[in-house]
Structures are given as structure tokens and as C-alpha cells.
Design a protein around this ligand. Structure first.
Ligand SMILES: Cc1cc2nc3c(=O)[nH]c(=O)nc-3n(C[C@H](O)[C@H](O)[C@H](O)COP(=O)(O)O)c2cc1C
Length: 309
């Protein structure tokens, strides 16, 4: 599956930003196409999305589910649909992946756990995952807090398998840094929000293109868990970014975090505009190939796939 990659890159699954057009464009362009499946509340659109993802040629899609999916009201039914679709890659987040490991392996898929601490990485390894995604400081969404310079090599000391790294990456230098630190694939979320294929409001894309790294505020006020938010979007709904407490607060009437208050990571300062996925990936590929002429990453990913068989 990895031989279809144009470069060692994944588009992150993101609530409110993932879309089938985004996943399809990424897979077609040769990037692992992340898609947020856990938050789709109705089974019918979930099934339609999976069918569309199944029909994509190119790089594989990667579906994100909460680790506790089986205990959700529609969880079993969603898992059955994933099984029917033979989803090749599942990204599990928030919680113990042990149950999902058994289910995903049952249909021959591979499971990758999203972690933000070494302890969670160790637990996921013990649970039998096939890969880890380490989310580091500067990530959009519910960010990690550890520096990639220390976190990625520390995980690599304990884990020889697939290692995806996300948080603050938006250019070829970031992708090359992931490989230098011992990772296998870089993950970009914020960068892919600023594409016409993402599902966000146009103002979210524009704010990403216009914000600088100093325009990102970390706060737990929106939903009780620390996340990175665009300062301008907080001001736009009447919140004072300098006066947010470190616990969840009542939102202004009619305001919904994620939909009306925009999340983005530190990489905003590297994003100059909205770019179609195809053009973005072609540009990143050229820049990456110039920076990292040897294709050692391909050999490494081929070896991981052989191990998985
Ligand atoms: C708007 C937004 C929503 C996100 N939603 C999710 C999610 O539902 N599940 C998940 O595992 N990660 C989610 N993330 C985090 C991404 O998977 C990824 O870790 C992050 O975007 C990488 O950092 P970057 O944005 O700096 O590239 C979200 C990120 C953003 C920006």
C-alpha cells in the first residue's frame, strides 16, 4: 500500500474539516487520506462515505475512530461497515485501543494509535497496535505538548514499527525533519484545512492563510481539553483570548467551538494561501525531493509492509 505514496505524508483526520473530497484528493495525489469517521452520527452517510473511500485508487485512506467506538450507540454497526469495506488502516484515538486491535486485525486491517505521551505510547504498543502516531506540541485540534525533538526519538527507542509524526508541520523541511528524528511518515492537519477540498467554512481557511504563529492560542475553555485555536476567531465570537480560564466555560449563545471558533496549529505561519490538494502535494513533493534526494523512506516503508504480511 505504501508504494503508492508520492512522499511520506498523511492528511490528518479532522472533525469539521475531513471530507470525502479531501480524502479522495489526498489518496489520488499519493498521500494517506485521513478521514474522521467517529463523529458521523448517522449510519447511512457513514456507509456512503466508506463506499466512496473504497473506490479511491492511489494511496490508502485512513479512518479515524475513538478507541471506545464499540461502546457508542452505533459503534458496532460502524465497525461492521468498516469490516465490510475492509478498511486497510484505522487510526484510533483517545483511550485504550485493545478492543479495536482485535477487531481491525480480524478483517486484515492495520491499526495505528494516536498518542501524546510516552506512557500512552507504551500502553498502545502493549495492546498490539501496528503503528503509532505521535501528536506533538503545536498541533491543531487537541494538541500534544511534547517537543518532537525529544518525543519522537524517545518513542523510537521503544518502537521499531510504523511511526507517524504530527504537529506544526506544513512544508518539506518539516517532512524531512520527521525522517531525521526517526519517524516514517509526517502528518499535516492545518495545512490540509487550507485547501478547497476541506469541509470548513471559507473564513476558517482564510484565517489560516492570514494568521501567524503568534495568532494561535492554547485553551481548554472551549471543551475542557487544551486545544489550539485561532485568536482572531475567538475575538470574532466575542471572547477575550487574554481572559480565558483553564477550564470549560459557557460559550456565547449560538456559538459552537470547532464550527464557529476555529482550530489550527502552529504551522499557520508557513501557510500563505488556499491551495488545491493536487497542487499542494505536487509542490511539496518537488520541494521534498530536492531536500531529501535519497528514497530511503520508501525502502523502510516497504520493509514495514513486508513485516505486516
Ligand atoms: C480542526 C481540527 C480538528 C481535528 N479533529 C481531530 C479528530 O477528530 N481526531 C483526531 O484524531 N485528531 C484531530 N485533529 C488533530 C489532527 O489529527 C492532527 O493531529 C493535527 O492536525 C496535526 O497538527 P497540525 O494541524 O499542526 O498539522 C484535529 C485537528 C484540527 C486542526
Amino acid at each position: 500500500m505504501f508504494e503508492t505514496l508520492a512522499l511520506p505524508l498523511m492528511c490528518a483526520p479532522m472533525s469539521f474539516a475531513s471530507s470525502v473530497p479531501l480524502a479522495v484528493a489526498c489518496c489520488t495525489a499519493g498521500v494517506l487520506g485521513g478521514w474522521q469517521g467517529g463523529r458521523i452520527t448517522h449510519l447511512e452517510p457513514f456507509a456512503r462515505y466508506l463506499e466512496a473511500l473504497q473506490e479511491i485508487g492511489g494511496a490508502p485512506p485512513i479512518v479515524n475512530l475513538p478507541a471506545r467506538i464499540a461502546t457508542d450507540p452505533d459503534g458496532e454497526a460502524k465497525l461492521a461497515l468498516l469490516e465490510r469495506a475492509q478498511a486497510p488502516l484505522v487510526l484510533s484515538s483517545v483511550g485504550d485501543p485493545a478492543m479495536l486491535v482485535g477487531r481491525v486485525h480480524g478483517w486484515g486491517g492495520r491499526i495505528i494509535q494516536d498518542v501524546t505521551t510516552l506512557r500512552h505510547a507504551e500502553k498502545a504498543i502493549a495492546a498490539g497496535v501496528d503503528g503509532l502516531m505521535v501528536t506533538c506540541a503545536g498541533a491543531g485540534g487537541q494538541t500534544g505538548f511534547l517537543s518532537p525533538f525529544a518525543f519522537v526519538p524517545a518513542v523510537r527507542r521503544r518502537w521499531e514499527g510504523l511511526l507517524i509524526v504530527g504537529g506544526g508541520i506544513a512544508d518539506a523541511r518539516g517532512i524531512a525533519s520527521v525522517l531525521a528524528l526517526g519517524g516514517d511518515i509526517a502528518c499535516m492537519g492545518t495545512r490540509f484545512i487550507a485547501t478547497p477540498e476541506s469541509a470548513v467554512a471559507a473564513t476558517h481557511r482564510e484565517m489560516i492563510a492570514n494568521a501567524s504563529i503568534d495568532g494561535i492560542v492554547v485553551s481548554a475553555a472551549m471543551n475542557g481539553v487544551p486545544g489550539n485555536w485561532i485568536r482572531e476567531s475567538l475575538i470574532a465570537v466575542g471572547l477575550d483570548p487574554a481572559a480565558l480560564p483553564d477550564h470549560r466555560i459557557e460559550m456565547p449563545e449560538g456559538v459552537r467551538p470547532w464550527r464557529d471558533i476555529y482550530s489550527a496549529g502552529h504551522s499557520v505561519g508557513l501557510i500563505d494561501g488556499v491551495e488545491a490538494v493536487r497542487d499542494l502535494v505536487a509542490r511539496l513533493r518537488n520541494e521534498f525531493d530536492a531536500l531529501v534526494p535519497s528514497a530511503g523512506w520508501r525502502t523502510r516503508l516497504a520493509a514495514i509492509e513486508t513485516e505486516w504480511r
